[in-house]
Design a binder for this molecule. Sequence first.
Ligand code: BT5
Length: 246
Amino acid sequence: MAAHPPIEAYDELDSTNAEARRRAEAGEVGPVWITAAVQTAGRGRRGRAWSTNRGNLAATLLTVTDRPAGEAAQLSFVAALAACDLADACLGAGAARLKWPNDVLVHGKKAVGILVESGARPDGRLWLAVGIGVNLAHAPQDVERPATAFAEHMAGQPPEPRAALEVLAHAFERWRTTWSTHGFAAVAAGWSERATGIGQRCEARLPNRTLSGVAEGLDPDGALRLRLDDGAVERITAGDVFFGGA
Ligand code: BT5
């Protein structure tokens, strides 16, 4: 099995991504996985909140890279594939599907969220905080889109967060090696095999406008190709995409 970076575990943090950012800004390079049993201010994308109750997994990989920001962002697909492998290991192959850009849905409901943050270092490289939240034991009810937890789909107990992180961290190394050895195309192929919604109509809510059309697939850099009703193709690089109910 591929060795993974060391894991540093806290009982409680505001946010494992916030801790990774503080460490990065203090000059730490990692790689290190930071995990907390409870997050008091877990965050999602675009200023949204992420809830982590005891029994769920919240973890962030702090690392640095020589790659430009656009390429480094492809690590969010690596993270999504790793989380999908964790779901497969717990729930059986096929229970989890990937929704662009990096949600993992279990039987159509969100069970994993991923937040990649980055910043420039004085040496010109980027630090990256790859944050992954997995609903192992509980899912919140008061959320905009349906959420679920692995426990709801397992006969026995869900794994302990620490055991789940071991599986996740190994899977992350495997996909990261695929990325560095074979390039993003190999990651995109793995992602596309497990994707949901490709070929379907969707609504893309972008920071400044909303578009609808058919999600055709990934561009070579990870952007979503959206075929608009007038036949034009729009490349979606950031935003939220909604397919029917999810
Ligand atoms: C995400 O944002 O899905 C990224 C979540 C990343 C969380 C990890 S946990 C470890 C690390 N440390 C952090 O502080 N963050 C990362 P987004 O796509 O913006 O989804 C956020 C939305 O999902 C919220 O507005 C809620 O509607 C919903 N939500 C919040 N908590 C949830 C949960 N536990 N399960 C499912 N949906 C949730």
